[in-house]
Design a protein around this ligand. Structure first.
Ligand code: ADE
Length: 246
């Protein structure tokens, strides 16, 4: 997969994209990132990329010329282009999964008050938000999106299945996790987790996930009840117990 990010702040990306899982994915050739500095395409003598908004108001708006030229130069025309914006479709597991199957896509990051609407319209951009809050620019949202998408590409995580078991990908929140030592400052790890009985361990994890989801995310829990796929006999029993506690 190739992801090209158009930004006025390309240096923000290198430390994140070259580290850890994303860095390894790039080294393995599963992913390639490119950043394009929109400022490099400005024909203004001061390399300006924004101007005051028509209609008045505070802030600055990205001007069409550098953005159009940068998008055309990197081959974004006719391709899937995302624009990170709090007005957009909320990033969720469905969108992340959908993007993980793309060969290539582009991301435009805006700043200040946003970008001239003609940039969004001409390149048929999809606006994507990472939450109902406003950040100072689209760079951090773009990195969040890239991380969420990259870990779904087969081979990026050492065990591809693992990413589907975690948290919302199974439809439930992930169960509590413990590691050594068994007792720390008097607090004990649940015994079932180190007795070696995998059936009991799975049962404990499933029950823990169910209870956590029911309490913290009743919306996800309701969805899980409607569409949880095949359950084992043990799982059915655990689910019935948790449901009977309504
Ligand atoms: N740019 C500023 N805030 C944003 C948000 N919440 N999501 C995506 N892009 C943004």
């Amino acid at each position: 997969m190739k992801i090209t990010v158009l930004t006025q702040f390309p240096d923000m990306f290198a430390p994140v994209l070259s580290e850890s899982i994303l860095g390894r994915a790039a080294e393995k050739g599963l992913l390639s990132f490119d950043t394009v500095n929109i400022r490099d395409y400005s024909l203004d003598k001061h390399r300006k990329t924004d101007d005051t908004p028509f209609g008045g108001g505070f802030g600055m708006v990205m001007t069409p010329q550098p953005a159009f030229d940068a998008l055309r130069a990197c081959g974004a025309e006719g391709k899937r282009v995302l624009y990170m914006s709090p007005r957009g479709r909320m990033l969720d597991k469905d969108l992340a999964l959908e993007l993980s199957k793309e060969e290539e896509f582009f991301i435009l990051c805006g700043h200040y008050e946003g970008v001239d609407q003609r940039i969004i319209d001409a390149f048929r951009m999809e606006e994507v938000s990472i939450g109902d809050y406003v950040l100072t620019g689209g760079e951090l949202p773009a990195m969040v999106l890239i991380d969420a998408v990259a870990r779904l590409i087969p081979g990026v995580l050492s065990d591809h299945e693992a990413c589907f078991e975690e948290s919302v990908y199974s439809g439930l929140l992930e169960h509590d996790q413990y590691t050594k030592p068994r007792v720390y400052e008097g607090m004990e790890v649940p015994e079932v987790l180190y007795n070696g009985n995998h059936r009991l361990i799975h049962g404990w994890e499933y029950e823990n996930s169910l209870r956590l989801t029911k309490k913290r995310r009743p919306d996800l829990f309701e969805k899980y009840l409607e569409d949880h796929g095949e359950l084992s006999k043990d799982e059915k029993k655990i689910l019935d117990t948790v449901l009977s506690e309504y």
